[in-house]
Design a protein around this ligand. Sequence first.
Ligand SMILES: O=P(O)(O)OC[C@H]1O[C@H](O[C@H]2O[C@H](CO)[C@@H](O)[C@H](O)[C@H]2O)[C@H](O)[C@@H](O)[C@@H]1O
Length: 283
Amino acid sequence: MSEPRTATTSPTGSGPDDDRSTTLAALSALAADTTRRPLLVALDFDGVLAPLQDDPSASRILPRGVTALEALGALPDEARVRIALVSGRAMADLHALAQVPPGTFLVGSHGAERARVTTFGLDRDVVQLSDEQADRLAALGAQTASVARGRDGVWVETKPTAVVVHTRLAERDVAETAEREALAIGAELGSGVLHGKDVVEISVLHASKGEAITALRTELGADVVVYAGDDVTDEHAFAALGPDDVTVKVGAGDTVARFRLATPDDVVEALDLLSTDLGAPRG
Ligand SMILES: O=P(O)(O)OC[C@H]1O[C@H](O[C@H]2O[C@H](CO)[C@@H](O)[C@H](O)[C@H]2O)[C@H](O)[C@@H](O)[C@@H]1O
């Protein structure tokens, strides 16, 4: 186990570089403190492991992220390190894109879907909607389609438990109007509404990344959690974690996270260093 790197700046940091060194120092200290185990490393996907794209199907995990997660996954059982992806993506979508090692826990649809990656595929809890929920999802599909109709750059993604109005490609005023209408539909139906980065998601199930990370932590008996996320929806997870956990906001914006990294490249660098500090052979 290597000695922790020390921060070269104040813990609050004053810019992306300062934030980076402070975050790396915190991770290094955590790796060196073997009393703080099991350690759960939980990561958002879009904007954290995969740079944001206009087309969600074009998202890809950074190659260095794949190797860093493989290194974490290959640590011996005695290291007591667990890995999870905690995403808003539908489970099938997340699994297809993620390229994570067997043993990784997957949380999809903001917590409505759960699975674990195995050598042979996915060990998955199937979500079963009631007839009433299925009808509500269909109605939401029709209502949100009308939000998108005639608006350039606004489109609707359908997931097993939710619909998502995407506005990333729309002009700002068009996006704002569409998001406002989508939020009103969610409020009227009394469904779970999440307002993320250029998305409004309306779910027929109640789910949040905060509840998801709390449940996973309890299940795994994790003493400490590292959580990195970039979106408003990740704030629920940051808020659910404690002052001794390592919460990392990726990118700009207000946050309750303790640390910050600027980009997905910085995240995979941090994961790479963490795996080395935890004893993985240098890749
Ligand atoms: O929790 P995450 O893993 O960050 O997933 C949240 C949403 O990710 C996808 O949308 C986001 O990424 C897209 C691709 O980079 C981008 O085009 C979009 O603007 C982002 O909001 C996904 O399409 C959503 O279903 C997820 O909820």
